[in-house]
Design a protein around this ligand. Structure first.
Ligand code: HEM
Ligand SMILES: *[C@@H]1O[C@H](CO)[C@@H](O)[C@H](O)[C@H]1NC(C)=O
Ligand SMILES: *[C@@H]1O[C@H](CO)[C@@H](O)[C@H](O)[C@H]1NC(C)=O
Ligand SMILES: *[C@@H]1O[C@H](CO)[C@@H](O)[C@H](O)[C@H]1NC(C)=O
Ligand SMILES: *[C@@H]1O[C@H](CO)[C@@H](O)[C@H](O)[C@H]1NC(C)=O
Ligand SMILES: *[C@@H]1O[C@H](CO)[C@@H](O)[C@H](O)[C@H]1NC(C)=O
Ligand SMILES: CC(=O)N[C@H]1CO[C@H](CO)[C@@H](O)[C@@H]1O
Length: 326
């Protein structure tokens, strides 16, 4: 009896140790080395978002793009160099914004704690604060990510395109160990922010490559389509921005699910959440309410996404400037 109990304890302890070795992020990682890091990031975020509230969307999206390509290692922040083109200059990233601001926040952190906090962690904290300051959930961010030294443009093909169907979306998420629930939960990041017309105008004028006013995405609700067409009158509009959650695009709320449930999701990928029984049920449930449940789910999925393929321990480096390797 006693030896079996001891064995059970040993098994539990070993399992815990293995789990810890696999994922070493820790909410208190900078507790000794840079106790003010969260306050510095918060101060900068409050300042920036009160001047430019529209920065919240780009910062949340940037953390997502970081995590989906080479893990959350700050690779999205690196500039292209010589003959190597960075993620930043690949098509999906041409619509990213806020790089200069990330650099400013990192500089403020460097001033207080030189060579201590990674760009990947600064970005994870900024994304959390962007959500929280938009009246969304707050969560403790596990920290201790290290920065990568590599950024390769064509690896952004691991990011889901707005044209993706449900099968493609689940495959691209599964490749990052994120499941169908994470997909439907994290897609609601689209409750804040804006999109360029060209990210969805194929649904209005060129869904099957015919380039005419009848070539539309049949899954898009027709009144909303008319409204989008008035905002985006042609396929070669490169500049117009559209609110992704019209009416509350600065507030992190259930608006995304309300729109998607009415077939008014902006991207084909948003509408695709209605093509699967599980994700459809989640969309419909949260179109009707249960904001606290959604907030808890979103926080949990963000922590999970923030763990994707992270560098820890002696891997990578702590970049001094986020746009260049040391
Ligand atoms: C599920 C697959 C996803 C697809 C296909 C997708 C696609 C896109 C596209 C095409 C844009 C518009 C870019 C532009 O034209 O300016 C966008 C914006 C945005 N995405 Fe996603 N996204 C996905 C998932 C996510 C996730 C997981 C998050 C975060 C949790 C996120 C957060 C955002 C935000 C906040 C914006 C607005 C950015 C801004 O205001 O500039 N997206 N997304
Ligand atoms: C181009 O790439 C090659 C191979 O990676 C490298 O040896 C060379 O130095 C690079 N040239 C420049 C100008 O960066
Ligand atoms: C990406 O680019 C690298 C180097 O330029 C090349 O070796 C690789 O095959 C490319 N991968 C894809 C998926 O295009
Ligand atoms: C999803 O898209 C892929 C790639 O375009 C296509 O091969 C596949 O048939 C589509 N799946 C469904 C269920 O429409
Ligand atoms: C229309 O769609 C086709 C097929 O997706 C694409 O190759 C073409 O470039 C698009 N045309 C325009 C004007 O956007
Ligand atoms: C939009 O961008 C495309 C490709 O960069 C370019 O060919 C086109 O002329 C631009 N359209 C306008 C209206 O500026
Ligand atoms: C914000 C940013 O770095 N955007 C870059 C995206 O790619 C284009 C084209 O390569 C660059 O000119 C932008 O500076």
């Amino acid at each position: 009896m006693a030896s079996r109990a001891i064995l059970a304890v040993v098994v539990v302890v070993v399992a815990a140790a293995v789990a810890a070795a696999a994922a070493q992020l820790d909410e208190k990682f900078y507790g000794q080395s840079c106790p003010s890091v969260e306050a510095i990031v918060r101060r900068e975020m409050v300042r920036a978002l009160s001047a430019a509230p529209s920065l919240a969307g780009p910062l949340l999206r940037m953390h997502f793009h970081d995590c989906f390509v080479r893990g959350c290692d700050g690779s999205v922040l690196l500039d292209s160099q010589g003959n190597s083109t960075a993620e930043k200059d690949a098509t999906p990233n041409k619509t990213l914004r806020g790089f200069g601001f990330v650099e400013r926040v990192k500089a403020a952190v460097e001033k207080a704690c030189p060579d201590t906090v990674s760009c990947a962690d600064v970005l994870a904290l900024m994304a959390r604060d962007a959500v929280w300051l938009s009246k969304g959930p707050f969560w403790a961010v596990p920290l201790g990510r290290r920065d990568g030294r590599v950024s390769i443009s064509n690896e952004t093909n691991q990011l889901p395109p707005p044209t993706a169907n449900f099968t493609q979306l689940t495959q691209l998420f599964a490749a990052k160990n994120l499941d169908v629930k994470d997909l439907v939960v994290l897609s609601a990041g689209h409750t804040i922010g804006t999109s360029h017309c060209f990210s969805f105008s194929d649904r209005l004028y060129n869904f099957t490559g015919m380039v005419n006013v009848h070539d539309v995405d049949p899954t898009l609700e027709v009144q909303y389509m008319a409204r989008l067409r008035s905002k985006c009158p042609s396929l070669d509009d490169n500049t117009t921005l559209v609110e992704m959650d019209p009416g509350s695009f600065k507030t992190f709320d259930l608006g995304y699910y309300k729109h998607v449930a009415k077939r008014r999701g902006l991207f084909h990928s948003d509408g695709a959440l209605l093509t699967d029984a599980f994700t459809r049920a989640y969309v419909e449930r949260h179109a009707a309410g249960f904001q606290e449940e959604f907030f808890a789910d979103f926080a949990a999925s963000m922590v999970k996404m923030g763990n994707v393929d992270v560098l820890t321990g002696a891997q990578g480096e702590i970049r001094k400037k986020c746009s260049v390797v040391n």
